[in-house]
Design a protein around this ligand. Structure first.
Ligand code: FES
Length: 200
C-alpha cells in the first residue's frame, strides 16, 4: 500500500513537460508546428486557386461556344463558271482550288469532273504532259485525255472507280453553272445522263 501511495505521488524529476518533452523542446517544436500549418493552409489556398481557374476557364469556354457556335463554312454547292467561250479545249483548273472541280472541254461540249480521289478523298494533280490526274496520296491515276467517255477513268493505283462528274448546265445569261449536289458515277452508267454533259 505504502509503495502504491508513494508511486502515485511521484512527481517526475527534471524539467520534462507533457509527453516527456522538456519546455525547451516544446518551445522549439511550436514554430515548426506553425510553419506546418502555414504550409498546409497555403497548399489548400493553391488547390482552391487551381479549382477557381479551371472553373472560370470552363465557363469562358462554354460562353465562347454559345457566342460563336461551330459553324462549318463551305463554299456553295452550285457556282457560275463563266462563259463557254472563255474555255479552251482540254482540262481547265481555275475552279480546282475553290470547288475541287475541273471543267473539261471536248470537241462535243463540257463536263465538270470532281477533284476528289475515289480511293480516300485526296485531291489529284493534273499532269499535262502525261495527260493524267495523279493522286499524291497513294498513286491512283485517272485519264485526263481521250474524250468524254475516257476522261476521269481510273487506270492505276488503289482507286476503285472513276472520278465523279457533276451536273452542268447554262444559266439564262449564258454562263456555265456547275451543281455539285448532283453527282454522276460512271460505274452506274450515269455519265450518259444529259445533265452530266453540256453540248455546245
Ligand atoms: S486517296 Fe487517292 S490514291 Fe489514295
Amino acid at each position: 500500500m505504502a509503495d502504491d501511495a508513494t508511486a502515485k505521488n511521484v512527481i517526475p524529476t527534471g524539467s520534462a513537460g507533457a509527453g516527456g518533452k522538456s519546455p525547451e523542446a516544446v518551445k522549439a517544436a511550436a514554430p515548426a508546428a506553425t510553419r506546418r500549418s502555414f504550409l498546409a493552409s497555403m497548399s489548400w489556398l493553391g488547390l482552391g486557386w487551381v479549382a477557381f481557374t479551371a472553373g472560370t476557364g470552363a465557363a469562358l469556354t462554354a460562353l465562347g461556344r454559345f457566342m460563336f457556335p461551330n459553324v462549318l463554312f463551305e463554299p456553295p454547292q452550285s457556282f457560275k463558271a463563266g462563259l463557254p467561250n472563255e474555255y479552251s479545249l482540254g482540262v481547265d483548273e481555275r475552279w480546282k482550288e475553290k470547288y475541287r472541280v475541273w471543267i473539261i472541254r471536248t470537241e462535243e461540249g463540257f463536263f465538270a469532273l470532281s477533284g476528289e480521289c475515289t480511293h480516300l478523298g485526296c485531291t489529284p494533280n493534273y499532269f499535262t504532259s502525261e495527260a493524267k490526274f495523279k493522286c499524291p496520296c497513294h498513286g491512283s491515276g485517272f485519264y485526263a485525255a481521250g474524250g468524254k467517255e475516257k476522261i476521269g477513268i481510273n487506270f492505276e493505283g488503289p482507286a476503285p472507280r472513276p472520278l465523279e462528274r457533276f451536273r452542268i448546265a447554262l444559266t439564262d445569261d449564258g454562263q456555265i453553272v456547275v451543281d455539285k449536289s448532283q453527282k454522276f458515277q460512271q460505274e452506274k452508267g450515269e455519265w450518259i445522263d444529259p445533265e452530266s454533259f453540256l453540248k455546245i
